[in-house]
Design a protein around this ligand. Structure first.
Ligand code: DC
Length: 231
């Protein structure tokens, strides 16, 4: 591939976006940016600093802290992967907990938070050659991206996939807790007023319900190769 593009992959949680985005990026030599990891990193920060609790978000303190919160994607010398980095610390291993998942959508709906994240996402995508996944990447962050995809699957199947992942990581959790979290995040992500989760009108819809990862990957690659060879 000669030209460098921006490829966006949006959709609800646990549709396989991150895994697919990572695979596509690897295949075509692009950088993969997990925008959900950025919101998770911020949530982790807010939990650590007691800016957020079960019942409360201290929005004023958060606003004061935001300019000094540095979120970046840097190669981790241990894993050799590009990983989310919060103020100099690699925190990938700490942001996939249910505690972070339970708070992240509440923070992600705040205007100041979104503004801060979109600024970072623009700087990361500026040079193109990027695959970015999330909720609003094709609609708000890069509305002019060359390739846009939107993944969907039923909430039951998504919860099952997420539950299986967590069990593999020896997390003690019930299927119902995972299911409830997915339902509540879908609701918050879809109904928020700022950058709600929507399929961009020009995004390609892929229903992953009956597809395995190889099939989703090849659908996306076929589309990119086809359009590329016709341009
Ligand atoms: O992709 P994920 O499940 O790790 O994302 C975690 C949360 O972050 C998700 O519930 C909503 C929020 N998010 C967002 O609002 N916008 C994005 N572009 C990516 C994630």
């Amino acid at each position: 591939m000669v030209d460098q593009f921006i490829i966006t992959i949006d959709g609800t949680s646990s549709t396989g976006k991150s895994t697919i985005a990572k695979r596509i990026a690897k295949k075509i030599g692009y950088i993969y940016i997990d925008s959900g990891a950025m919101y998770r990193a911020l949530t982790y920060y807010c939990i650590q600093k007691n800016i957020i609790s079960k019942t409360f978000i201290n929005k004023n303190i958060l606003k004061n802290h935001l300019p000094s919160i540095k979120i970046d994607f840097i190669k981790n010398p241990i894993s050799n992967n590009l990983e989310v980095n919060l103020n100099g610390e690699f925190i990938e291993g700490k942001i996939r907990t249910l505690e972070v998942s339970d708070h992240v959508s509440e923070l992600a709906k705040l205007d100041d938070v979104r503004k801060h994240m979109v600024r970072i996402q623009h700087s990361l995508g500026n040079k193109k050659g990027v695959v970015m996944d999330g909720r609003d990447i094709g609609t708000v962050v890069f509305p002019n991206a060359e390739y846009k995809f939107f993944l969907q699957a039923s909430s039951k199947l998504r919860a099952k996939r997420r539950y299986d992942e967590l069990v593999l990581k020896n997390k003690e959790i019930s299927f119902n807790e995972v299911f409830e979290n997915i339902i509540s995040r879908d609701k918050l992500d879809t109904n928020r007023s700022n950058s709600p989760l929507r399929k961009a009108s020009d995004a390609i819809l892929i229903d992953t319900e009956n597809l395995n990862l190889d099939q989703v990957e090849s659908k996306i690659m076929d589309y990119i190769n086809f359009s590329n060879s016709n341009s």
